[in-house]
Design a protein around this ligand. Structure first.
Ligand code: CTP
Length: 247
């Protein structure tokens, strides 16, 4: 019997067999700031209606700033829209831990403080992770771990207005600062780094959650993937049972 592509007999099969909870499916969801990634992620989770689906935001992996940069951030003069602002090494480490069925401690980021807070959240054995953020489809190591790649699209004026409302309401910002940051960093870096990620996407979702057709396609795709995986695991379990009986 062949499990995971290895034909080494029962012992090797045991060593290579990964239980279902170790085989998390990861969906990457990228798009401009304010394009509606968070809302789309929540809608996917709701529609999937499965018990173990978590949303992991790349925002949790913003690097810790040195004192100078931290001051610049409060003047809206720090570039949070370049890939260098994200700690991809830690993100990849956490995703690999979760893929291996381990529990992972995820930092919690405060946009008001421009810093991580003392607490962390724990993610443990999810079946599906929705990884959302402006750079969800950027790092090749992350791309390797993804089962599905989505790019969320929205007009720039829609994105900017959503961002103004949200940043004033939830992130302790003022309108002048938001607009200054948008034109200095968010907009140019969208063109430079964020938009090109659409080239690696499996699905581009125009108009985010309002797009019911695209939403149903995304959900159907995920459900099919999960079904394939559970069929594979059941087959693997069956061959294990056969192996054990013939010992
Ligand atoms: N950002 C910021 N201050 C920080 C860290 C990040 O203003 N200390 C901004 C960056 O400029 C970046 C944005 O946060 O553009 C990333 O979050 P965003 O994509 O806007 O939020 P999500 O909720 O992940 O996505 P969406 O708006 O699409 O729902």
């Amino acid at each position: 019997p062949v499990v995971n592509g290895e034909a080494d007999g029962t012992i090797a099969m045991r060593a290579h067999y990964a239980p279902p909870w170790a085989d998390v499916s990861i969906i990457g969801l990228a798009g401009s700031s304010g394009s509606g990634k968070s809302t789309l992620s929540q809608a996917i989770v709701r529609k999937l209606n499965l018990p173990w689906v978590v949303i992991l935001s790349i925002d949790s992996f913003y690097k810790t700033l040195d004192p100078e940069s931290h001051k610049a951030a409060f003047r809206n003069e720090y570039d949070f829209d370049a890939p260098d602002a994200i700690d991809f090494d830690v993100l990849v480490e956490k995703l690999r831990e979760l893929k291996a069925g381990k529990r992972a401690e995820i930092p919690i980021y405060s946009f008001e403080k421009h810093a991580r807070i003392d607490r962390t959240t724990e993610i443990y054995s999810p079946h599906v992770i929705v990884l959302e953020g402006i750079f969800a489809l950027y790092d090749p190591r992350v791309l390797d771990l993804l089962d599905m790649k989505i790019f969320c699209e929205a007009d720039a004026d829609t994105c900017l207005s959503r961002r103004i409302l949200r940043d004033v309401r939830d992130r302790g910002r003022d309108v002048e600062g938001i607009i200054k940051q948008w034109f200095s960093f968010v907009k140019p870096n969208f063109q430079k780094y964020v938009d090109p990620q659409r080239d690696v996407a499996d699905i581009i979702v125009p108009r985010g959650v309002e797009n019911h057709v695209a939403m149903s396609m995304v959900v159907q795709f995920i459900e099919r993937k999960l079904l394939e995986k559970s069929t594979h695991h059941r087959a693997a379990l069956k061959s294990l049972e056969v192996g054990a009986q013939s010992e």
